[in-house]
Design a protein around this ligand. Structure first.
Ligand SMILES: Nc1ncnc2c1ncn2[C@@H]1O[C@H](COP(=O)(O)OP(=O)(O)OP(=O)(O)O)[C@@H](O)[C@H]1O
Ligand SMILES: [Mg+2]
Length: 407
């Protein structure tokens, strides 16, 4: 009787050498697996360490927004123990009421795959009821098929920063308010000062001017009645008349400097023209003024006063600082704007002088221009002079003719 061959007999026989080779291959694979395992363990240790020691609060939540994993910074920030949080509480329990809505909207977008991460400022409430401001970065975790599994969030406590920002905001508002008040006060003081100048000029003119004119008449009266022989007395009286005449001229000059009557009576162009002539007379610097109107002159009293005072300061600066030998000025009025340009050929103002917080004259000019909603430009070139250009919006009044004067 013949025997059916057993299954083992059907298997291809493996030689010893093949067995040895297979054995070696398996050993190598086991070694590789061990190595990978070791690497995995090491990586796990790294990530645990980063997670636990992070200064940021880190949290992992499920799809239902319940806490799955929290690090110790998170527990510390929210004042809970880990086991009070995991599986028992969720995002909604620590989010400040007013911020729940916007958090839900963003998290919903992530679940639907419309967003895969977001950063937002948000408020939380801790166990003791303290409200904290935080900056959070949220990222979704998805499986291979793209299905949303959970959320991870890093939370940075910015309560102190926000507090400082709010305090800064308050002090900025306060500063702005104070600055506005100071500006209003300075504008008011300017008006008061201008009115005061006008009053003093009028009083000096009316009181002192008239008394001196009367005195001069009296002296002439005496002079006419002196006997011919009184030559000494006559000489004395003539000296007195000359002195009083000079005093009258001084009074007139002081009054004009305080508040040129022509600014009120004849307008800005006349007043500027007079100022240029006075400047040339006093300094000996040849100066020209070109006045152009488009059938109008500045009628706004404040605008005219501002331009006139700026012009006075610019000329005073040229006399005091520039060493110039020539000055040209231009006053242009038209289209409801008044422009004044003054150019000298002196040493040239420097940027440092222009921006110095001790340049009170320049600061005053800037402030006047700002108060009148105007604009200005001052440029200086080393040994090539300085150019002032100020333009101020102002209303117009009809004038006749066109002026051009030189002195
Ligand atoms: N036309 C100019 N040419 C050269 N330098 C000038 C000219 N105008 C002004 N400066 C420089 O700019 C500086 C600031 O001028 P600013 O009018 O502000 O002050 P100040 O004339 O020195 O003093 P004050 O407060 O009496 O006006 C001057 O000290 C001067 O150095
Ligand atoms: Mg000055």
């Amino acid at each position: 009787m013949t025997r059916e061959p057993a299954d083992s007999d059907k298997r291809p026989s493996i030689t010893n050498s093949e067995l040895l080779r297979l054995n070696a291959a398996m050993r190598e694979e086991i070694e590789q697996l061990k190595l990978s395992n070791k690497e995995l363990l090491l990586n796990d240790t790294y990530y645990r360490s980063i997670f636990e020691n992070s200064l940021y609060s880190i949290v992992v939540t499920g799809k239902d927004l319940k806490f799955v994993k929290v690090n110790s910074a998170f527990c510390k920030l929210f004042e809970y123990e880990e086991d009070e949080l995991i599986g028992k509480m969720g995002v909604g329990d620590v989010t400040y009421q007013d911020d729940i809505e916007k958090s839900i909207v963003l998290l919903g977008k992530m679940i639907r795959g419309e967003l895969d991460s977001f950063i937002m400022d948000k408020k939380y409430v801790t166990k003791s009821g303290k409200i904290i401001d935080a900056l959070i970065f949220v990222r979704g975790i998805y499986d291979e098929s793209g299905q949303h599994l959970s959320f991870t969030a890093s939370i940075l406590d910015i309560t102190e920063r926000k507090k400082m920002e709010r305090a800064l905001c308050v002090s900025e508002r306060h500063l702005k308010h104070t600055l506005e008040t100071v500006r209003r006060l300075s504008s008011h003081m300017e008006t008061v000062r201008e009115n005061e100048r006008k009053r003093i000029a009028r009083e000096i003119h009316d009181e002192l001017g008239q008394i001196m004119t009367a005195l001069r008449f009296d002296l002439y009266w005496f002079k006419d009645r002196l006997p011919d022989a009184s030559t000494d007395l006559l000489a004395k009286i003539e000296t007195m008349i000359a002195q009083i005449s000079s005093a009258i001229r001084s009074v007139q000059r002081i009054c004009s400097e305080l508040r040129p009557q022509m600014l009120d009576n004849l307008g800005l162009a006349e007043a500027v023209d007079w100022q240029v002539k006075e400047f040339s007379k006093m300094t000996g610097i040849p100066s020209t003024l070109e006045v152009r109107h488009t059938r109008s002159d500045c009628s706004g009293r404040e605008c005219a006063t501002a331009i006139f005072r700026i012009f006075q300061e610019v000329l005073t600066n040229i006399a005091r600082h520039s060493g110039a030998s020539q000055v040209t000025a231009r006053l242009v009025h038209g289209n409801n704007r008044c422009l004044i340009e003054v150019t000298d050929n002196g040493s040239g103002i420097t940027t440092a002088q222009l921006t110095s917080d001790k340049s009170y004259g320049i600061i005053g000019i800037r402030e006047r221009v700002r108060m009148c909603n105007g604009d200005m430009e001052i440029t200086g070139e080393d040994m090539n002079g300085t150019k002032f250009r100020v333009s101020i919006p102002c209303s117009e009044r009809e004038v006749t003719g066109y002026e051009n004067s030189g002195c």
